[in-house]
Design a binder for this molecule. Structure first.
Ligand code: SF4
Length: 417
């Protein structure tokens, strides 16, 4: 491992410390509906028992702030003291309403308002509130959802992502608010690694380095999702970049934890995890060969297992032997069985080459988040789906039971043109 990036330490709740002097913190997110208090409390308990050190919960509507409060007090009453993170998209009102309720809030301040100056003013107010309640925040910018202002001002490159984040970092410094973690996720491993490298360099040059939450967004599921996450996250951890990690899989969230724990132990003094032999082989190979491939230090890897070799090469974007799949992990906004649908889409589209296919859980964030996908399958709710070609919705309100077939037709028709 190269030198570790020296960062500030962020405290979340009483005991969770995130920063370069501490073991890498492992976290995940509930995929239950926040309004389903029983299910969310039960999932939080399961995730805490499985070793998650922070748990994120989506708060899609103002009415969910009450649900979050109830979830938190039930957990505390049952002696489960794990810090909770509220996941907020777009609404500064909801972001401010959850500050008294949870230990950490994840926001993308650029989406607080379409007018950038107003977004800055709202972020300033939000920081004041977080200071008052002694909360931690994560500034989370994803490649697919940078916002119009940012893309027009900085572009849509890894460097642009880092520059966009630096604007908010600067505001935190000016406000004297330092309980800040930053993330710049992307589903493209090359974009993701370069975005974090740029941000680490820029914060170092600025002289204030906030801890980094590292992850590949919409990594998918199964071996591919694990491998994609491991090649990119390990490349950064190898360089000492990354203080807390989430491995996003389109699977039950407890499945993410052993992968994250393996990475945290491999690159810090976090406790070890026991894995099955096959899973360990896959994760180890992805970590061993991820950095050399992503850094173009090697063009091939000495693996006899051709399948594993192809998967690692594809995760590093060095060979595309099957379609590239993007799928969100699902959360309280998901309105259909995401994992099952994703598996059906994969089974029906495996024959296509050189296409990127996204399967996203909700119409609110899905279209923005699917970044450079050629085709998107996006759940609308109420059993309906919208199919996208690039960023354009081309077929709307398709019944769920026809949607996979229609997606295949769409791709086939485009390929014969
Ligand atoms: S895109 Fe997926 S993970 Fe993101 S908010 Fe929508 S359902 Fe949740």
């Amino acid at each position: 491992m190269k030198e570790i990036l020296e960062t500030r330490t962020v405290r979340v709740g009483e005991n969770v410390l995130i920063g370069s002097g501490h073991p890498i913190v492992v976290q995940t997110m509930c995929n239950t509906h926040t309004s389903d208090i029983e299910a969310t409390v039960a999932q939080c308990k399961l995730l805490a028992a499985a070793g998650s050190q922070l748990i994120r919960i989506t708060v899609p509507a103002m009415a969910d702030v009450k649900h979050l409060e109830e979830i938190r007090s039930r957990l505390r009453a049952d002696g489960v003291n794990i810090p909770l993170v509220a996941d907020i998209h777009f609404s500064s009102e909801i972001a401010m309403a959850v500050v008294p309720v949870v230990e950490k809030i994840r926001i993308n301040p650029g989406n607080f308002h379409p007018d950038h100056e107003k977004a800055r003013a709202l972020f300033g107010q939000f920081l004041g509130l977080c200071k008052q309640y002694d909360r931690a925040i994560r500034i989370g910018l994803n490649h697919g959802s940078l916002g119009k202002y940012i893309v027009e001002k900085y572009g849509n490159t890894p460097e642009a992502m880092a520059l966009a984040a630096m604007e908010w970092v600067e505001m935190c410094i000016e406000a004297g608010f330092y309980n800040v973690v930053v993330s710049l996720k992307a589903s493209n491993t090359v974009v993701m690694v370069n975005a974090y490298r740029n941000l680490a360099r820029m914060m170092k040059e600025r002289g204030v380095v906030f801890p980094l939450h590292v992850g590949v967004t919409e990594a998918g599921n199964g071996d591919s999702g694990r491998i994609k996450s491991c090649v990119a996250i390990s490349t950064l951890l190898e360089e000492g970049i990354g203080n807390t990690i989430r491995v996003s899989l389109t699977e039950p969230p407890q499945n993410e934890l052993p992968v994250a724990q393996y990475l945290a132990h491999r690159y810090s003094s976090a406790p070890s995890v026991s894995l099955g032999e096959r899973e360990e082989t896959i994760l180890k190979a992805a970590c061993d060969y991820g950095a050399p491939l992503l850094n173009h230090e090697v063009d091939d890897i000495p693996l006899e297992d051709e399948y594993l070799k192809d998967e690692i090469l594809q995760a590093c974007r060095r060979k595309f032997y099957k379609p590239e799949y993007i799928a969100c992990p699902g959360c309280g906004r998901t309105l259909y069985n995401l994992e099952e649908t994703f598996n059906r889409v994969k089974a029906a589209t495996g024959e296509f080459k050189d296409v990127v296919i996204a399967v996203m859980g909700c119409i609110v964030n899905g279209p923005g988040e699917m970044a450079d996908a050629d085709y998107g399958y996006v759940g609308e709710g109420a059993g309906k789906v919208t199919l996208y070609r690039k960023k354009e919705p081309v077929l709307r309100h398709i019944p769920e039971n026809e949607a996979v077939e229609r997606l295949v037709e769409l791709i086939k028709n485009d390929q014969v043109k």
